[in-house]
Design a binder for this molecule. Sequence first.
Ligand code: 1GP
Length: 244
Amino acid sequence: MEVQKYIEEKLLQGAVHITLIDPSRQVPEAAGKLAETAQEVGSDLIFVGGSSGVTQRALTETAELVKQRISIPVLFFPTGSESICLNLDAFLFLSLLNSRNSKFISGTQAKVASVLKRLDVEVLSIGYIMVEPGMKLGEIGEADLVSRDNFWQAIGYALTAQYMGMGYVFLEAGNGAAQPVPAGMIRAVKRELTVPLIVGGGIRTAIDARRVRQAGADIVVTGTVIETAGYRERLRSILSALKE
Ligand code: 1GP
């Protein structure tokens, strides 16, 4: 099934959860195991990517081992990496709308678009918006970060994504952020949108997940939590807060 259809169907049942696996944080076998746990506890999709220092080899091997061990869709998340992975279930076609560098808005995308077309890879178009603190992802993407209290700016970028025809809006606080995107901002953005809203960065506990979901996130991404001790139980409690 197409990934987009799969997500649409999942959204009809409630919140969607995505586990982000960073190939630079563990060996490929361990990444496969993490993905298996994520699927077991109820994650709906896996993103592979999200790191600056990942080698092409680590990325490819991780992607392969993750694919082998699970049946939920695996998507390539191309932020911050020069490496690329084309053989997954879909490719996140991200445009970092608040970057100061046009390379992250459409430049790199223009270089890979025809390859994706020729390989007939499914793409999901996403308006990616970096909110403070943005962390490493914000730095690499040369983002002009949306301040945490500037709801109007977040709404402006989110509607820009929607009016440009993008399928999803993604509010990102950054990998490893101390706190998620503020609930008030999520609520304000969600009120204006008709496309699904993805929220990621800094979501570590069931309380965070519930707050983000209740504010209006349709899709919630967590990464770091799977790299910490007791991750199975932590992820399980995040999932039950999201799916309750
Ligand atoms: C993916 O950056 C997030 O959108 C993941 O962030 O590692 O803080 O969960 P965490």
